[in-house]
Design a protein around this ligand. Sequence first.
Ligand code: PMV
Length: 356
Amino acid sequence: ELINNGEFTWKTPSNIALVKYWGKRDPQLPENASISFTLDACFTLTTLEYKSKERNSKLVSESHPSDFSFEVYFEGEKKDSFKPKIKTFFERVEKYVPFLKEFDLVIKSRNSFPHSSGIASSASGMSALALCVMSIEKQLNPEMTEEYFNRKASFLARLGSGSACRSVEGELIVWGNHKEINGSSDLFGVKFPFQVHKNFKNYHDTILLVDEGEKQVSSTVGHKLMYGHPFAKQRFKQANDNISKISEVLQNGDLKEFIAIVESEALSLHAMMMTSNPYFILMKPNTLKIINKIWAFRAETNSNICFTLDAGANVHILFPEAEKEQVNNFITRELIQYCQENHYICDRVGTGAQLM
Ligand code: PMV
């Protein structure tokens, strides 16, 4: 008698970590706290269509009554290759959203950024799916508060991809239990609970696409490299200490200290990969050329430009709104030459997911 069919569409952002999550334990719980800027221009748009199985052909629903029934379309085309990952997600969240199995589902998704750009789409993709699922739950339970909705969406997204739990709300999200961050949890992301200094309002992130293409190390493999890693314990402590430091910086507006923490975090993430077994170098020569150019520019101009990296060769360039003209000139004049086919994306801090 409840809602038999319908559809929901969510637009959900990607995010860029300032203090990195790298290393987890079951079930998808982080070894240290992390914090990220929610982005704006890099997003996933996902529609979830749902239709009660009873109302459909009996053949379909009775043949596998206990299976998830879903189809996946990506950028207009049927994508069976995405199904295993989504099936794993459904299996992990099943006990929290048992109603899912009662529906035939169709997922239609697209990204604002090129699929093979080397930009991780798992954060925005998994948070979009989690939010669509929560929209169905809200039909069944209209009383739920917005806080419950967002929290459970983040909780479900986490089970799809850890960093996806930081792609529900904006503008700064902390994931992982940390003694100095009120309300923080390993189970879901929370908004940074303190007043953020105006220096960080509208912060920019220009993403230089140094290496478009499949990631050399998937994050599933990557996180596993932290099991038994000789520096694991120190790394998790360093990250938690950096959360304390950056929390203060975000409140007092100290841009120089922000740069020191953020760049050190990026290089520490890569240092973990270079010192794991097996080991990887995920930077490319152009990644290093860009980093050196940024350092030279900072030495010459007193700019507050800095870089961060994900588990790949692309460079995220972070800078304050007040410096956008100066930095944009620098980027187009000196850095674009290191991008594959001159590809780059101008992004900035965003406010979180939107129901369309
Ligand atoms: O969410 P995952 O499992 O794809 O891990 C992402 C890890 C990094 O992007 C490298 C760091 C982070 O905190 O986002």
